[in-house]
Structures are given as structure tokens and as C-alpha cells.
Design a protein around this ligand. Structure first.
Ligand SMILES: *Cc1c(COP(=O)(O)O)cnc(C)c1O
Length: 453
């Protein structure tokens, strides 16, 4: 990696010498050389050697419109020359932010009509942390402080986000979770359902919330936070019994329900929000990722009329970010929503491309390595196992998934592995022919993985 005439070697050297990677082993990457991605169009990304990859992961669950949409570029350019920055503190707003707030209210479930803006999903969940406590304070119930999350949930990587999430490797670094957070089991039937049917298991997993509330005392619990479908945890789709039981419990014990829509939002499940797909009535919905199709950073917390009314009655909320509702990000998000709407992209996902992708993915179920194929909308997961009938995995969990991910890359396909679960979340604009390619390459990667074991 010393010939600086080779641009890839040059960038890899700079990366090794000066860049610390998010969610990466920077020491190992420095030795191997990072993959350098240089351009993208549609559902394809190219590396610095000119190699093309079908991006079945939409960047990081976010490039819902696909790459290269010039309308988003133009929206950013226009806003940047008109008003590149202004803050929203001190009684101020900007047109892109008011327009985006109204557009979000339009697409959200009817009882959700307000948004607080952030720059990421993690900041959205930090905001959730402060907002739900503020809510109960204003209501005169300040003891309601604890937030219950789930093991293997993901809510971002800031101190609050990582604490609300239930990722063991994250908790192990730096004494997380912080106080005031508790966790319950996840509704992961394939991994933890044992001999129960999925529906029986869904009830058991939901009732863990009731047990935790009773243990902590409902007067001490502020909220329950969960992703409608766990994304980073492995595209874990709860059994049909799960969400209705959760809804009963949060109502019965007067607990706020936070549905983390950072992945599920903006069409990923075939509806605008995961809450629409699962009929969840949330009090707060953190959003990010697909809100701008990843073209610029923006996130937020959408809140119900009930929560908004309380917050508006409570005086100043001492919380916000310099870049809350950055006007350029807001303008791009607004244009992103406009395109999703006017091109009927989510309707097409629901009616055509998601059913097609799901049925094609299920043809992989007969593969000897595959224990389960599941998915909703433009989310798909393939479980790799040693024994199909007992759902038993290979001993060194995570190894097989890593091999399969690398085999997929060799085929020119970007998948992600969580443990031994292969994940996909392609741009919503993916066509049938590209879905065929995705599935064919996945099958080839599975064959090559099996051969390598
Ligand atoms: C990605 C993600 C986050 C964190 O978003 P960032 O923009 O990476 O901070 C939070 N919640 C869920 C469900 C996510 O998938």
C-alpha cells in the first residue's frame, strides 16, 4: 500500500494513518485496507477499482430513493444559496422546517402532528430520553423516569441511544446502560421461541413488559421503546400477537409508547411507517435514515397530539441542537417526501416489488444452509444454520455470517450479517430484474459459503 500512484492505495494509506472507523476495528482495517467507495447510481455502488456492487443494503438502511436523484441535489443547491443555515432557537423557524413539519404531519398516523428535529437517529433517541421525562414532570408525575427497552434492540450509539438499545457489545464498552433504563426480552421466535408457536411466543415476549412494569412499579416507568421490526438486531419480525399485547400493556399501566421508526419509516415496510403496518398507536416516533434517503443527515421525534399538548403547556424545553432542522437537510427531506409521494413509490413497493422480492427470497429456504427466510416490505433476512429442523446454528456464531457476507461481496453484492443472519434492505426503487440478480447472487454466496465451511 505504498505506491501512491494507485489512488486506492493512497486512500487506504490515509485511512490507515488518520481515520478511526465507526463500528470497525481500525487496527485490523489499517492492515487489510478499507474498501473505498467512490460513486453510486440507482441501486449500484462502485469501489475505487471500478468494481460494481448491487447495494442490497441501501447504504445503511437509508437510501430509500436510490442513488443519484438529481432533484435532491437541486433542492440542496437551491436551499444552500438561499439560506444555507439558520437556527431554530429563540423563537425562530425557517420555511423548509415549517414545510417539512407539515408534510410529516400529513403522512403520519392522524394523531401525530408535531416534529422536533435532530441530525440523526441517535440524537432523536437522546431527545426521546429527555422528552418523556419532561412530559411526566409537566404532568406532575416526576417519579415516572425509567425507560424500558429490549435486549438486542438498536436505538443508536450515543450514551442514551446505546443505553436504550440492548446491544451487549456496546454495553460492555463504557459502563452502559446508564441508570434509569431497563430491558426486557426480544420477540425473536426463530432464536428464542423454543417449542412455542410463534403466536404463543409473541404473547410471552410481550408479557415480559408487564412483568418488568410490575417489578419497577408503574409509577416509576416513563416509557417503553421498541422498533416495530428490529433492524440491526437481525430484522426480527414480531409474531402477530406481540404488538396488540404491548399496546394493551402500555395503555393499562399508563406508559408512553415509543416506536423507533428510524429504519421502518418512509416506506421500508410497504407503508409510510412501521406503525401503519403493525397497527401500533405510538406516542413518540423517532425518525431519521429514509427521511432524507440518506442524502443529508436529518432526524427527528414525531409526537402525538397528547404529548405535544403537554409539552406546549410546560414552558421552555431546555433541549436542542445547533443544527436542529438544518435548512438544507430539511429541504432535501421535503423533496424526498415529495418524490416518494408523487411517484407512488411506497404503493408500488406494497403492491408489486415487496411481494415479488419476498416470494423470490423464499425460494432460498430449500438451501441446506438456510434455517428460515423472513421479511416484510423491503426488508429480508436469511438465517444460516447447521441443522434446519432444530434451528441449531454453527458453533462459532457469527463466523458463517461473516464468510457469507464476504462471499456475497465477491459476487458483487452488498449484504450485511448480524451474527449468522444475512440481512437485506435494498433501495425502495429496486426493479424486478435487480431483485432477480439480488436473489441469484445471494444463492451463489450461500453455495460458496457452504463449500468453504
Ligand atoms: C440507525 C438507527 C438509529 C440511529 O440512527 P443514527 O442516525 O445512526 O444515529 C436509531 N434507531 C434505529 C432503529 C436505527 O436503525
Amino acid at each position: 500500500m505504498t505506491q501512491s500512484s494507485d489512488p486506492t492505495a493512497h486512500w487506504q494509506q490515509q485511512d490507515a494513518d488518520h481515520h478511526l472507523h465507526p463500528f470497525g476495528d481500525s487496527g485490523a482495517i489499517a492492515n487489510e485496507g478499507a474498501r473505498i467507495i467512490t460513486k453510486a447510481s440507482g441501486v449500484t455502488v462502485w469501489d475505487s477499482n471500478g468494481r460494481a456492487y448491487l447495494d442490497a443494503f441501501a447504504g445503511l438502511w437509508c437510501v430509500n430513493l436510490g442513488y443519484g436523484r438529481q432533484e435532491l441535489v437541486e433542492a440542496a443547491r437551491r436551499q444552500m444559496s438561499e439560506l444555507p443555515y439558520y437556527n431554530l432557537f429563540f423563537k425562530t423557524a425557517t420555511p423548509p422546517v415549517t414545510e417539512l413539519s407539515a408534510a410529516l404531519a400529513d403522512i403520519a398516523p392522524p394523531h401525530i402532528n408535531h416534529t422536533f428535529f435532530t441530525n440523526s437517529g441517535s440524537e432523536a433517541n437522546d431527545t426521546v430520553f429527555r422528552m418523556v421525562r419532561r412530559y411526566w414532570d409537566i404532568k406532575g408525575q416526576p417519579s415516572k423516569k425509567t425507560i424500558i427497552g429490549r435486549h438486542n434492540g438498536y436505538h443508536g450509539s450515543t450514551v442514551a441511544g446505546a443505553s436504550l438499545g440492548g446491544m451487549k457489545p456496546m454495553h460492555a464498552q463504557g459502563d452502559l446502560p446508564i441508570t434509569g433504563v431497563a430491558h426486557i426480552r426480544q420477540p425473536y421466535w426463530f432464536g428464542e421461541g423454543g417449542d412455542l408457536s410463534p403466536d404463543e411466543f409473541g404473547l410471552v415476549a410481550a408479557q415480559a413488559l408487564e412483568e418488568k412494569i410490575l417489578e419497577l412499579g408503574a409509577d416509576n416507568v416513563a416509557a417503553f421503546i421498541a422498533e416495530p421490526i428490529q433492524g440491526a438486531g437481525g430484522i426480527i419480525i414480531p409474531p402477530a400477537t406481540y404488538w396488540p399485547e404491548i399496546q394493551r400493556i402500555v395503555r393499562q399501566y399508563n406508559i408512553l409508547l415509543v416506536a423507533d421508526e428510524v429504519i421502518c419509516g418512509f416506506g421500508r415496510t410497504g407503508e409510510w411507517f412501521g406503525c401503519d403496518t403493525f397497527d401500533i398507536e405510538a406516542d413518540l416516533m423517532p425518525i431519521a435514515k429514509g427521511l432524507s434517503s440518506g442524502y443529508l443527515p436529518i432526524g427527528g421525534v414525531m409526537v402525538s397530539d397528547g404529548v405535544a399538548e403537554v409539552l406546549k403547556s410546560g414552558g421552555e424545553f431546555h433541549h436542542g441542537f445547533t443544527y436542529s432542522g438544518h435548512p438544507v437537510s430539511a429541504a432535501v427531506a421535503l423533496e424526498n417526501l415529495r418524490i416518494l409521494r408523487t411517484e407512488g413509490i411506497i404503493d408500488r413497493v406494497k403492491a408489486e416489488t415487496a411481494p415479488y422480492m419476498q416470494s423470490q427470497l423464499r425460494t432460498l429456504a430449500d438451501h441446506p444452509l438456510v434455517g428460515e427466510v423472513r421479511g416484510v416490505g423491503m426488508l429480508g433476512a436469511v438465517e444460516l444454520v447447521q441443522d434446519k429442523a432444530s434451528r441449531r446454528r454453527y458453533a462459532d456464531e457469527g463466523q458463517t455470517g461473516t464468510v457469507c457476507r464476504d462471499k456475497a461481496l465477491e459476487e458483487g453484492l452488498i449484504l450485511r450479517a448480524t451474527g449468522d443472519t444475512m440481512l437485506m434492505s435494498p433501495p425502495l426503487v429496486i426493479h424486478r430484474a435487480e431483485i432477480d440478480e439480488l436473489v441469484a447472487k445471494t444463492r451463489q454466496a450461500l453455495d460458496n459459503t457452504l463449500a468453504a465451511l
